[in-house]
Design a protein around this ligand. Structure first.
Ligand code: PLP
Length: 335
């Protein structure tokens, strides 16, 4: 199979260096194994960045190439994706508008802390709040039409930046990881990553295939159980492979999803998330977030305790960011 040639795609660079990989000795000891390593994608650029930083390198480059002056995207009230898209817009001298889906009725508050505060601080041009179940693509098209009516040009980025182009960000991550493993002589039995809008998980699956990196990837769902999540991830991975013209059909067994850690609902806290956030903060001084990485790490902890992850494994946890939303959940995390 052809190696993924990312140089064919326009790209902006938002991070100064590869995100570091570190071993977590105290956390590993507290768990009693497996040996847990972390890839610090929470330290990426557009600080405080995260997985969306990687996707936006390709998406924003495309917007600029098309001569757009406004980024339009969507997300939940505490969306990291919206905040990092706004950071990219400010950085590039573009304007930015959001459509916010109030997935939990009444959860949108204009005086909310966390990401919402940062939307206002960094000067989002406009923000439309719509109820759960709204057709988000149609809502964003209406915003784009409104921008066009002012003689400007909008670039619409889907939720989470998860289309084929955004997924290239995690092909780039796979290449970076393969290089680090070689240079630092690291081996992993498994990678654990979050699985939401699926660009991260699907992009990694595509990237591992293209790199010939034969390490299983476990995607911990943040909003869906495997029966609903796996087809989304498979479709994303295939779209990324097709965009790269790899000439490959992604085998369904490469997509492994785990459920049971996101309930009762996307973005709503549970006890395992609270334990995970507190444990990593108190053993390693690394901050997870309540909506994504806290639940994803709860998945890793749960699989370690159930024996699904062996005590002797070396597991790489991909920290996808999200720290600002901690500040909107302090009541649950440090009561
Ligand atoms: C968006 C996000 C995810 C999920 O990534 P997807 O590409 O949407 O699946 C995980 N962690 C954090 C912190 C995020 O903001």
């Amino acid at each position: 199979m052809a190696r993924a040639d990312l140089a064919r795609f326009p790209r902006r660079r938002y991070s100064p260096a590869p995100s570091p990989i570190a071993f977590l000795p105290h956390f590993t000891k507290a768990l009693g194994g497996p040996r847990v390593w972390i890839k610090r994608d929470d330290t990426l650029g557009l600080f405080p960045g995260g997985n969306k930083t990687r996707k936006l390198e390709f998406l924003v480059a495309d917007a600029l190439q098309q001569g757009c002056d406004t980024l339009v995207t969507c997300g939940a009230p505490q969306s990291n994706h919206c905040r990092i898209t706004l950071s990219a817009a400010v950085h590039e001298g573009l304007r930015c508008r959001f459509v916010i889906e109030e997935r939990i009725p009444g959860s949108y508050r204009d005086d909310a802390n966390g990401n919402h505060f940062l939307f206002r601080l960094m000067g989002v041009e406009d923000l439309t709040v719509v109820p759960a179940g709204t057709d988000m693509a149609a809502a964003m098209r209406r915003v784009a039409d409104d921008v066009a009516a002012q003689g400007r040009k909008a670039y619409v980025i889907p939720g989470g930046g998860s289309n084929a182009l955004g997924g290239l960000g995690y092909v780039a991550c796979a290449q970076e990881l393969a290089q680090q493993m070689k240079e630092q002589d690291l081996r992993f039995d498994r990678v654990v990553v979050g699985s939401g809008s699926s660009g991260t998980h699907g992009g990694l699956v595509a990237g591992f295939l293209a790199e010939g990196l034969d390490v299983p990837i476990t995607g911990v769902g943040v909003s869906r159980d495997p029966a609903d999540q796996a087809p989304l991830v498979l479709r994303e991975a295939q779209a990324v492979c097709d965009l790269l013209e790899l000439g490959v059909t992604v085998p369904a067994e490469k997509v492994r999803c785990v459920g049971g850690y996101w309930q009762p609902k996307y973005s709503v806290p549970n006890a395992a998330m609270v334990e995970a956030v507190q444990l990593l903060a108190r053993t390693e001084a690394i901050l997870l977030d309540p909506v994504y990485t806290g639940k994803i790490m709860a998945g890793l902890i749960g699989m370690a305790r159930s024996g699904e992850i062996g005590r002797d494994e070396d597991v790489l946890f991909v920290h996808t960011g999200g720290m600002p939303s901690l500040f909107a959940y302090r009541d649950v995390l440090a009561p």
